[in-house]
Design a protein around this ligand. Structure first.
Ligand SMILES: Cc1ncc(COP(=O)(O)O)c(C=O)c1O
Length: 405
């Protein structure tokens, strides 16, 4: 089903545990992409010919598929982007213009969690905002009392990750949103590490924006989603200017297209959007509850099994021995260190045994500062990860630990 998983690395079976960076693609997604370029390639929305009409219909059908996948109220709330990074930049850039227009004399403040990916930090700085980070404990859990105390009259937005790409923490995003709304502050949730691991319901969370990347949920690279609540998108200035996003253009003045096209300037990545539709079909075919149950039991198995490795130290929430029945607040990701060994050395030795993990700061330098470490080794899961993969990681770490400790 995932052809690349048959690859041999240095004579070993590939054990792919870098899914938080990008997931592998199932055959049906690869087929959709190939078929698109073999039989359907054309530009959408403007063409008078058959291919353009067919491609447009399929592209817009995926928009409705995404709407249903995250339970948005309307397809007008689904904007296709290149990925989470572009989705957040879109919101930050457009919100930044709004803040400057409405209250030019007040410096906007954005509350972010202390565990954000750089792509949920830097765009707000570029938008001219001052960041107020929500602290988190050594266990990797956000301090909601401290969060409540961060609001003031300059707070313009809360931006928080659903699942931390470094700690695996699943944040209480509905509660975070509820608290922000008590202060009339809108909320953006970075769902990059959530959508592949759990059913996401934007109405249940009640967030105002929800951003994610297709390539982290079995779809091709080059496509992502920015969900925005319609009432807010209606008043948000456009992000990029160009074709598709306009109604009328003269040299004096331009009027803009309706939602969601107002935020989709230029030719989109049509084939990749169709691939995203195919990835959603794949996930629904597997069953989201089944994926979640499988990955949760894998997480418990991995934490228990890996805890026997000499010198291992987990970074982020763990699972206590008495905690087997309680809900896991961790998804997809296990970060760890092996004694004082540099994460890069661990990753390089694992690679020689066919095991793909990621090492470094994972674009979350503030998390590394919190723990006073240069980086971690990160093993991350997907629906195709098996206990045998965890056993292989365990065996490899057992082998390399004596070399490094
Ligand atoms: C939590 C989180 N946010 C944002 C991103 C950025 O995603 P992309 O590079 O697909 O835009 C990532 C990527 O690793 C991530 O893990």
């Amino acid at each position: 089903m995932f052809p690349i998983l048959d690859t041999q690395i240095y004579g070993h079976r590939l054990v792919y545990l870098d899914n938080a960076a990008t997931t592998q693609k199932p055959q049906q997604v690869i087929d959709t992409l190939t078929q698109y370029y073999l039989t359907l390639n054309s530009n959408i929305h403007r063409g008078a010919h058959h291919l353009a009409a067919e491609a447009t219909e399929r592209y817009e059908a995926v928009r409705r598929q995404v709407q249903s996948f995250i339970n948005a109220r309307s397809h007008r709330e689904i904007v296709f982007t290149r990925g989470t990074t572009e989705s957040i930049n879109l919101v930050a850039s457009s919100m930044g213009k709004l803040w400057k227009n409405c209250q030019p004399r007040h410096r906007a403040e954005v509350i972010v969690s202390g565990m954000e990916h750089h792509s949920n930090i830097v765009p707000w700085q570029l938008a001219g905002a001052t960041l107020r980070p929500i602290p988190f404990s050594d266990e990797g859990v956000l301090d909601l009392d401290a969060y409540r105390a961060l609001f003031n009259r300059n707070t313009r937005l809360v931006a928080c990750t659903h699942v931390s790409n470094t700690l695996g923490t699943v944040n209480p995003v509905a509660e975070i949103t509820r608290i922000a709304h008590e202060h009339d502050v809108p909320v953006l949730i970075d769902g990059a590490q959530a959508v592949a691991h759990m059913a996401v319901d934007v109405q249940a969370i009640d967030c105002d924006f929800y951003c994610f990347s297709g390539h982290k949920m079995y779809a091709p690279m080059g496509v992502g989603v920015m969900y925005g609540r319609e009432e807010i998108l209606d008043i948000l200035p456009p992000y990029q200017g160009g074709g598709e996003m306009i109604k009328d253009v003269t040299f004096e003045r331009t009027t803009y297209n309706e939602l969601p096209f107002r935020f989709e300037a230029g030719t989109p990545s049509v084939g990749d959007v169709l691939g995203l539709g195919s990835a959603i079909d794949f996930m629904i075919g597997q069953g989201l509850p089944a994926i979640q149950t499988h990955e949760e039991s894998l997480m418990r198995y991995a934490l228990e099994k890996l805890s026997t490795i000499p010198g291992i130290r987990f970074i982020g929430p763990g699972v206590r021995a008495d905690n087997n029945n309680s809900q896991l607040n961790k998804a997809g990701v296990i970060s760890f260190l092996l004694g004082d060994a540099h994460p890069y050395d661990v990753g390089t030795l694992l690679d020689k045994l066919g095991i793909a993990v990621r090492t470094g700061h994972h674009c979350t330098q503030p998390i590394m500062d919190h723990y006073g470490i240069p980086g971690t080794v990160r093993a991350s899961f997907a629906c195709y990860t098996t206990p045998a993969d965890i056993d292989a990681l365990h065996a490899a770490l057992t082998k390399i630990a004596p070399m490094l400790l």
